[in-house]
Design a protein around this ligand. Structure first.
Ligand SMILES: [Zn+2]
Length: 90
């Protein structure tokens, strides 16, 4: 009976950990795409240009988030769904 109780608790912990790993994995994948795209743009010489409007992203923003794909104005539009996020789609 003690073993049964332990099993239920173990299963609960396991499924919680799986969910945690899954949610972290999804976020990690997005960041990986961002970094991968940033490296590609570095190679192509377009690094630092907004993927949507082509304007310079800005030094301060790149210092804080070197893999930024959009300028601040376009990032806001991505977050509010006004333009398609090509990084997330990649
Ligand atoms: Zn832009």
């Amino acid at each position: 009976m003690a073993e049964d109780t332990l099993d239920v608790a173990d299963q609960a912990v396991l499924s919680y950990q799986k969910e945690l790993i899954f949610s972290q994995g999804t976020e990690g994948h997005t960041q990986l795409s961002q970094v991968r795209l940033a490296l590609e743009r570095l190679r192509e010489g377009t690094f630092g240009e907004c993927l949507h409007c082509g304007q310079e992203i800005g030094e301060k923003r790149l210092e804080a988030l070197p893999w930024s794909a959009y300028c601040i104005a376009c990032q806001e539009k991505v977050e509010t769904g006004q333009i398609e996020d090509v990084v997330r789609a990649a």
